[in-house]
Every structure is written in C-alpha cells, then in structure tokens.
Design a protein around this ligand. Structure first.
Ligand SMILES: [Zn+2]
Ligand SMILES: [Zn+2]
Length: 100
C-alpha cells in the first residue's frame, strides 16, 4: 500500500506519542493470529487496522512505535520490521519477551 512518508497533525509531523500505546496493543490483539506457537500477528494486518482507527500512519512511524513498545517490554516480535510479526508478551513462547 502506498502511504505518504509524512503525516501532519495540526502544524507538525505525526509522532509516536500520537499513537496511544493501548490502541496499538489492542490492535495487535484484535488481528487474526497465526495460531501457532506465540500466535504471531502480521505487521501488514496490524498497520491496516491501526489506520482504520487513527488514519494514515507512515511506515517509519509505525515501525518506530512498535520498536518503542518492544523496548518497554509491552510488545514482542521483530523491531526492524523484516519479519513483520508481533505478539503480546502473554502469548510469547519464549522467543523474545521476558517472562510476564
Ligand atoms: Zn527484524
Ligand atoms: Zn515474545
């Protein structure tokens, strides 16, 4: 999907803080998972559903927000987006998240 590289919120660029943590995490949980170990949600599904709630989100901003949540231990998966998978720590089978 083509997305503009920048989205303006008022007179500034949209930033990570414009994406509430709970909205991002709820969106991850709402996506259909792989149902295998760790029940991975795919990046493309998460991004599309998040945009249904918040409007257009540039790719870099989406990845930055996910990486922030991972550093804080609120989200598991691949921070750079290469694998394109996310999950909640309570679904982790030990690949990435610390013990809940
Ligand atoms: Zn990666
Ligand atoms: Zn994990």
């Amino acid at each position: 999907m083509d997305r503009p590289p920048i989205r303006l919120v008022g007179d500034r660029r949209m930033q990570c803080k414009d994406i509430p943590d709970a909205v991002f995490l709820d969106t991850v949980r709402s996506c259909p998972g792989t149902h295998g170990p760790s029940n991975w949600r795919m990046r493309w599904d998460v991004h599309a559903r998040l945009e249904d709630v918040l409007g257009s989100i540039p790719d870099n901003l989406f990845l930055a927000k996910a990486a922030r949540l991972m550093r804080r231990g609120l989200l598991g998966g691949c921070p750079c987006g290469c694998r394109g998978d996310y999950h909640l720590p309570d679904e982790c089978q030990g690949e990435c998240c610390d013990d809940p």
